[in-house]
Every structure is written in structure tokens, then in C-alpha cells.
Design a protein around this ligand. Structure first.
Ligand SMILES: *Cc1c(COP(=O)(O)O)cnc(C)c1O
Length: 336
């Protein structure tokens, strides 16, 4: 399964879904019905699982569109069972992340009720799944064991799910025995590492997203010029400043002010001063930079440009947050 939630991790959900299916994915994963229905509206008819629903969700549209539904708790199971049409359900069990999913104490109740609803023809339990905390080898192993216990308990309750699934990118890469019948690959499918070192190349991954912008203004300024709001940067000598038309409204983290790398004409500089809503400044010294030259914020580091991980480090976050937050004003173009 390739996970295309959150607008395909910022890359564009429909394009990411099409690329994933062309690349061999057999399932798509999203958060809720609206994300799933948008894929259906684009003509994508592959199996889709949606797993986090508004408490007031009406599941009829999703069921009619053939969307599989992740179910977390008993009341939700009742809503899905009561909605018209046969719902394909994946029961989500909490094996130690303490986020969504039924707790161990709830398993007996939810499995028993699911078996009843299956007998009445309201639902079909196609899957059982959980999610890892990636908290360390021992903790992951404990979750794998609890997951296997949950699957066994579901079978004992009369369910016969075809798909047991636990691993996202990190688990799929690091824990082969956690792959079960299906892996739910998000960040890795976009060529980014799910691990702390952010080293895509070490995993054979190639980042799909490059974020760049044409420089809109270049100016010479004297030594001692304060740059951007609050003058958090001051030029040391006469220098050239290049203005990049991207800001925090576009998802460029303000926390990366004065820190994040930017590549222009093959050379890497740093953001100087505060990142504003729509723009930030790069001090390029005495280098020749012209209006229209491309400033590459991040892309595939094997091409010599900074990585999303470099931006994440500068902003005190993770590569996931860098790509998923790229805003709507930023035009996406696609190359195959
Ligand atoms: C987002 C998500 C994934 C994908 O995680 P990655 O770490 O990006 O691979 C998988 N499963 C669930 C339940 C998720 O919410």
C-alpha cells in the first residue's frame, strides 16, 4: 500500500496515487472518506483504505464508492454496520502506540460484534491492522507479538481477515517479520528516509520532491545592512542579496530562519534573516546571481542540492513535516 494522505505528503494525491499504482502498489491509503472520494472522483478504482474518521461521519458514500474502512472502536463499528451497503472493514487494534485503535481490553467486544455483523451481511472484515511506535527494537518486538495475539484472538472470535498489516515505512524497512500481508508505505514511497539520519541514499531511495523558485530581486547593499524583520541578520561587508518568493504561508518553516541551506547556481548558501510570510533573503556575497536564477531549497541531495532532511534539521523537525506542509500556492509540476 502506498499512503497518499495529506495530498500525497504534499506531492499531490492524485499524481502520487497514479505513480504508485504504475509502480506496482496494489492498495492506496488515506485518512478519511473525503481523501478517498477525491481519488475515486479522479477515476482511480484501486483498493483504498481510509482509517481516521470524523465521529459524525456518514459512511454510506464511502461504502458505495468501494472504500475500505478502518474501524477503531465499537460505536464506529455500529455506524459502519448500520450504513447502507456491504462495508469492507479493517479492524484497527492498539498494540502499544496509544493512538487510535481498540485497546486490548476492547478486542473481545469488537471482534465478537464484528463477527455478528459479518453474519448478517452488514460488513466483511477484510483486514486487521495496527501501527508501530518506532520506539526501539524491544518496543517494536513487543508490538509485533501483541499484534499476532490480536490476529489470533480475531480468528478465535470467528473472523477470517485476509490482510494482517502492521508496518509503515520504518517497520517495513527495518523489521522484515513485521511485513505480514501488506505494508503501508508513506514517506519511503516519496523517496525520503523514515529514520532519524534522513539518509535516503543509504536506503536506495531517491527523493521525489524538489522545491525551487526563481529569484525575483537581486540587490547590492552596504556593510551593516539589517535584513528582514527584526534584523536577525546583518551584512558584514558590502554584499549581494537575492530574494526568494517563498515564505511560511507556502510551508517554509519560519524556525529555519538564518539557518536552512539554499542552492543557487550550484552553490549552497544559507537563508539570512527571518523567513517572512511570502519571501526570504539569501546573502550570496560577491557571486553573480541574476533575477530568474533558480533557488533550490531542497531536492535529491545526490544532485548536490540540500535535502528535506537538511531543512528539517534547520527547523527542528522531521522531513515528513517539511514536505507535507508545502502550501497550495506552490505549483506542482511532474516528471516521470
Ligand atoms: C501515515 C501512516 C502510514 C505511513 O507512514 P510512513 O511512516 O510515512 O510510511 C502508515 N500507516 C498509518 C496508519 C498511517 O497513519
Amino acid at each position: 500500500m502506498v499512503v497518499v494522505k495529506a495530498n500525497g505528503y504534499g506531492h499531490g494525491a492524485i499524481e502520487a496515487a497514479r505513480a504508485a499504482l504504475a509502480g506496482g502498489a496494489t492498495w492506496l491509503g488515506v485518512v478519511d472518506s473525503s481523501e478517498a472520494l477525491a481519488l475515486r472522483a479522479a477515476g482511480i478504482d484501486a483498493p483504498i483504505l481510509a482509517w481516521l474518521h470524523d465521529p459524525a461521519a456518514d459512511f454510506a458514500d464511502a461504502i458505495a464508492a468501494g472504500i475500505d474502512l478502518g474501524v477503531n472502536y465499537l460505536d464506529q463499528l455500529e455506524s459502519v454496520g448500520a450504513a447502507s451497503g456491504l462495508a469492507n472493514v479493517h479492524l484497527k487494534v492498539d498494540t502499544g502506540l496509544s493512538r487510535n485503535g481498540a485497546t486490548e481490553a476492547e478486542w473481545a467486544g469488537i471482534f465478537g460484534r464484528a463477527a455478528e455483523l459479518e453474519r448478517t451481511g452488514a460488513i466483511h472484515v477484510r483486514g486487521i491492522f495496527s501501527h508501530l511506535a518506532n520506539s526501539g527494537a524491544d518496543e517494536d518486538e513487543a508490538q509485533v507479538a501483541r499484534f499476532m495475539a490480536a490476529v489470533e484472538q480475531a480468528r478465535a472470535a470467528g473472523l477470517d481477515p485476509e490482510l494482517s498489516h502492521l508496518a509503515a515505512s520504518a517497520g517495513a524497512l527495518a523489521l522484515p517479520h513485521a511485513r505480514f500481508d501488506l505494508v503501508r508505505i508513506g514517506v519511503g514511497a516519496y523517496g525520503l528516509s523514515p529514520f532519524d539520519d534522513g539518509d535516503s541514499a543509504a536506503l536506495g531511495l531517491e527523493p521525489a520532491m524538489q522545491l525551487d523558485a526563481g529569484i525575483v530581486l537581486v540587490k547590492r547593499v552596504p556593510a551593516g545592512s539589517g535584513v528582514s524583520y527584526g534584523y536577525r541578520y546583518e551584512t558584514e561587508a558590502e554584499t549581494t542579496l537575492a530574494l526568494v518568493p517563498l515564505g511560511y504561508a507556502d510551508g517554509i518553516p519560519r524556525h529555519a530562519s538564518n539557518a536552512a541551506p539554499v542552492s543557487i547556481n550550484g552553490k549552497t548558501y544559507r537563508v539570512c534573516g527571518t523567513i517572512a510570510m511570502d519571501q526570504f533573503v539569501v546573502d550570496v556575497g560577491d557571486d553573480e546571481v541574476a533575477v530568474g536564477d533558480r533557488a533550490v531549497l531542497f531536492g535529491d541531495p545526490s544532485t548536490g542540492v540540500p535535502s528535506a532532511h537538511d531543512w528539517a534539521t534547520a527547523a527542528g523537525t522531521i522531513n515528513y513535516e517539511i514536505v507535507t506542509r508545502i502550501g497550495n500556492r506552490v505549483a506542482r509540476t511532474y516528471e516521470s
